[in-house]
Design a protein around this ligand. Structure first.
Ligand SMILES: [Zn+2]
Ligand SMILES: [Zn+2]
Length: 267
């Protein structure tokens, strides 16, 4: 129902990353899987998360299945850096400290092919084979034997955009290293600073702690959410975070943030 409300086509979903098996993070799967089944999905759906996610889905199948499509499970192994990659992005799992096994995820865009400057194609009489090589970063040697560096033939590459999702976790300063310099960080901020003790007891974070992590990791922008319903006005949590990390926004379901694509500077 939510996907429909936001105009998203569930048939286009192929990979779902689950942080941990608490109701507020997995109950939605049941409805989604059921809808996908009724829509006649045939292609496999890949689920990433703690090992017990498979048990939970077996339970689903026992009562409500079988589904007309395959569910493939991937649990983040500790000895492997990436848990998913295709030609566009790679995803790394980040172990979190919560009351049950939990993972954050770091999504990193892969380097794109370089854009060859049109004028240079004519100027150097580049053929298709040359262009393919130059797009990959190779230099070019002209017929007269002159070496033309790649940087003279292409536009500066785009920076590789990154997004990290961290929820749920107790404040863990060690995470800063894992999400160093990301463009966009979502970090849970369940509690206000005055309930700091409660945050520690329930293995959650405060808004100020989320902001401290963002500051230490030198991220570009911080999104906070997963607010406890005890706070009538989440703006208060946003303010607490902004005192430490000004570029913070409190978010709610359905909000959309894009990370602008920028070209790197060349000397
Ligand atoms: Zn939780
Ligand atoms: Zn939660």
């Amino acid at each position: 129902m939510r996907l429909k409300k936001y105009g998203l086509n569930p048939a286009r979903i192929h990979h779902i990353f689950i942080s941990h098996l608490h109701g507020d993070h997995v109950f939605g799967l049941f409805g989604l899987l059921s809808s996908l089944g009724m829509m006649g999905r045939k292609v496999p759906l890949n689920l990433y998360g703690p090992p017990a996610l498979k048990d939970l889905m077996d339970y689903y199948s026992r009562f409500f299945g079988p589904l007309p499509f395959e569910l493939a499970f991937v649990s983040p192994p500790e000895d492997r850096e990436y848990i998913f990659e295709n030609d566009k992005i790679s995803v790394t799992a980040i172990p979190l400290k919560h009351r049950t096994p939990a993972f954050g995820y770091l999504f990193r865009e892969k380097a794109k092919e370089l854009n060859v400057i049109k004028e240079q194609i004519e100027a150097y009489g580049l053929g298709i084979a040359d262009v393919v090589k130059i797009k990959r970063g190779e230099d070019f040697t002209s017929k007269s034997g002159e070496l033309i560096p790649n940087s003279k033939l292409t536009l500066a590459p785009f920076h590789r955009r990154t997004y990290a999702y961290i929820s749920d976790t107790v404040y863990d300063p060690g995470l800063a290293e894992k999400v160093k310099g990301v463009d966009l960080l979502f970090h849970e901020a369940t509690f206000s600073e005055k309930d700091k003790k409660l945050a520690a007891q329930t293995l959650h974070s405060t808004a100020a702690q989320a902001a401290s992590l963002a500051k230490a990791a030198e991220v570009k922008k911080l999104l906070i959410g997963h607010f406890s319903t005890r706070y009538r006005d989440p703006a208060q949590l946003e303010e607490e975070a902004r005192e430490i990390f000004p570029n913070t926004t409190g978010v709610k379901d359905g909000d959309l943030y894009s990370v602008p694509q920028k070209r790197l500077k060349r000397e």
